[in-house]
Design a protein around this ligand. Structure first.
Ligand code: K7E
Ligand code: CUA
Length: 660
């Protein structure tokens, strides 16, 4: 059916203006604060926080780790964006992490941190996160807080519904936000051929149980909808994955209007065990695609990037029993599976209710072929009433995301009416609501998407902070609000601004992370190609116009510290090994005029800075991290001579006396 845009525009305007009306401020700011709130978030100096929160940076491309309940920022972990603070993506060792099939892409948009799971519980080993823009999945090692691996995903555009772990991290999965022609098919097509030529693809990235190493196992080719979010089943629903779809209208322009026509879009349910079995039987079709796979090696402290080719694809329309659709009101966004795996809550951005589906009923409906039509001829749509556990009525406006406390309650963010709503899973009654300042996107409960939520704290991740903090020019921060959910009533405890836009966060009790912490790297295990294990071995080596400086750093000198004989036209690589063998003694390294960021070298590690001098003269270098009382003495000089000069190559420390 064709509906003209002109007819729809007034509807859109009414809809939008009603959103504008409702996004006014809730309640009186701060009026909900209990007298003991300060005490509950006060972590005395010298004491550890109880919980780690890992929040995505959104358009910063990074992840930030916070301590909860204090809200103290602990660290920004660089993932998809270069980070001058520690040379990530600037050093020779880490540049390969940002390689893609498009070349070096030093930025991305990261939305969903996902903790690795064992038996459906957060195990504290790894944190996965999606790169939305140039589709990638990264794996952060929570023993070192470093990004260890990034895998690019072919055939998709906008890796938004990603990365979500199956119950034992057998796979991390992701699906495409923007359907597009598959990489191996002709891409140069008219945009309005969307319905015919565009496709979606669900990526299954296998995760090695021991090492965490990722590999793109296969992709399912699915209808060209926009896929927004996902969650894996658990317990009873272990074998299934649930994805929200919007734009089931398959519009290719003015989605604001054209993708909001239908009363219901879908939750797509995929039997991933069945898909895995079909792949095992050799049903996968090998398709010629190229994607980057970047791995950081902890022994060499060096990343390498490989362009992989080929992946297996499976067209879901050819395999009955693999995919079913559950109708879901009004442009669903989040889909969240309760701890027992039985209930599946979906949030329609424009819906007036929160539908909660029953896994058991879904199975029965599949059994009875209780269909309400087919998609693409072979993919059954199950009847809404047959799969529905029930609807949460009048929850508020603009439901986005739900998490669980493990005590039978669910909590949903309301973007438009700016609140968090607590409801009971079995009878769908609303128990409590608390204003959120303002417009929350995701929320996060400690273990809130796992089989065993720890409850206690809830973070509301807020998009808008107008009037909450001191103004900072045209751009104001996004923020978190910490809410105590240990009692029947939710209680606001604290709010704090964040780095970037935290779309989503995951929280985990600190002891699960603490026990694995690496404090320094053993120098004898350092297998970097340019390691210098002792100061006496430091040296400078010329090979044509390439100069390699093998430098060591230890409190409080860099060796060598007088280097002469560099010439214009040389490419200089300074490989700094930090000889310290103690916790928290990084050294930094920077050179005047280098078109690069500094290095920040962890104890026992080697990092390399590339420098092409642009003029002759003297160039100081120094340690950038205040490492000791004599940190300011930790410095040296390069002498750069003109191209044809006969300055001999010389390097030394402590033996180049000042001439009279
Ligand atoms: Cu709701 Cu990208 Cu998960 Cu933002 S997404 S809010
Ligand atoms: Cu080393 Cu400052």
């Amino acid at each position: 059916m064709k509906i003209s845009i002109i007819k729809l525009l007034p509807l859109a305007i009414i809809l939008l203006s009603s959103l504008a009306i409702y996004s006014c401020k809730p309640g009186k700011v701060g009026s909900k604060l209990d007298a003991d709130a300060a005490q509950k978030v006060y972590v005395a100096p010298g004491k550890y926080d109880e919980v780690y929160a890992f929040l995505s940076g959104g358009f910063s491309g990074q992840v930030a780790a916070y301590g909860i309940p204090s809200g103290r920022l602990l660290k920004v972990i660089p993932v998809f964006s270069q980070n001058p603070e520690n040379g990530y993506g600037y050093s020779e060792e880490t540049k390969p992490m940002l390689n893609t099939s498009h070349g070096f892409v030093p930025w991305d948009d990261s939305h969903h941190p996902e903790l690795s799971k064992t038996n459906g519980e957060d195990d504290g080993r790894w944190l996965f996160i999606n790169g939305n823009n140039t589709p990638r999945i990264a794996r952060i090692n929570l023993a070192t807080f470093k990004t260890d691996e990034i895998i690019e995903l072919p055939n998709i555009g906008g890796n938004h519904a990603s990365p979500f772990c199956t119950e034992n991290t057998e796979y991390v999965v992701g699906n495409t936000r923007f359907s597009e022609p598959l990489d191996f098919e002709k891409g140069d097509v008219p945009i309005n051929s969307y319905k015919k030529t565009f496709k979606g693809a669900v990526s299954f990235v296998k995760v090695d149980k021991g090492t965490g190493s990722m590999n793109l196992s296969f992709q399912l080719i699915v209808p060209p909808f926009n896929y927004d979010l996902a969650h894996a089943g658990k317990g009873v629903s272990h074998d299934w994955l649930f994805f929200t779809c919007y734009n089931t209208e398959e519009a290719n322009t003015l989605l604001e209007v054209n993708a909001s026509q239908r009363d219901k879009d879908f939750i797509m349910a995929i039997n991933w065990k069945k898909a895995e079995e079909l792949i095992r039987q050799g049903k996968g079709v090998k398709t010629p695609v190229k994607y980057a796979h970047n791995v950081y090696n902890e022994k060499t402290h060096t990343a390498s990037s490989q362009i992989e080719s080929g992946t297996l694809t499976l067209d879901v329309t050819k395999y009955p029993g693999l995919v079913y659709y559950m109708p879901c009101p009004k442009s669903p966004h989040g889909v969240d599976v309760a701890p027992d795996g039985e209930y599946i809550a979906a949030s329609g951005k424009l819906a007036a209710v929160i539908p909660v589906f029953s896994y058991k009923k879904m199975l029965t409906a599949i059994d009875k072929k209780d269909y309400d039509g087919m998609i693409d001829g072979t993919l059954p749509v199950l009847k809404y009433e047959s799969v529905l556990h029930g609807e949460v009525k009048q929850p508020g406006l603009g439901p986005l995301h739900t998490e669980f406390d493990g005590k039978g309650y669910a909590y949903t963010t309301m973007f438009v009416s700016s609140e968090v709503v607590k409801w009971k899973i079995d009878n769908l009654q609303i128990i409590d609501r608390i204003p959120s300042y303002y417009s929350p996107g995701h929320l996060s409960i400690v273990g809130g998407d796992s089989k065993k939520p720890y409850g206690k704290y809830l973070l509301s991740l807020n998009k808008i902070t107008k009037d909450r903090y001191l103004p900072t020019g045209p751009e104001l921060p996004q923020a978190c609000q910490l809410i105590d959910i240990s009692g029947e009533k939710m209680k606001l405890l604290l709010d704090f601004p964040t780095i970037g836009e935290p779309h989503y966060g995951q929280m985990i009790p600190a002891d699960k992370i603490l026990k694995n912490q690496v404090k320094f790297f053993k120098i004898e295990d350092n297998k970097n190609a340019y390691v210098t294990r002792a100061e006496k071995d430091s040296k400078v080596v010329r090979t044509g116009n390439r100069v390699d400086v093998y430098m060591t750093a230890i409190r409080s000198h860099l060796a060598p510290d007088n280097i002469e004989g560099i010439k214009m036209g040389d490419e200089v690589y300074v490989h700094v090994t930090n000889l310290e063998q103690d916790w928290d003694v990084p050294h930094g390294f920077a050179i005047k005029g280098a078109n690069n960021a500094e290095l920040l070298i962890m104890p026992g590690e080697t990092s390399s800075l590339k420098w092409t001098p642009d003029r002759s003269g003297i160039f100081p270098f120094y340690c950038t991290d205040f490492c000791s009382a004599l940190h300011q003495e930790m410095q040296g000089y390069f002498r750069v001579s003109p191209a044809g000069a006969d300055t001999p190559l010389k390097f030394s420390i402590g033996v180049n006396p000042v001439t009279q």
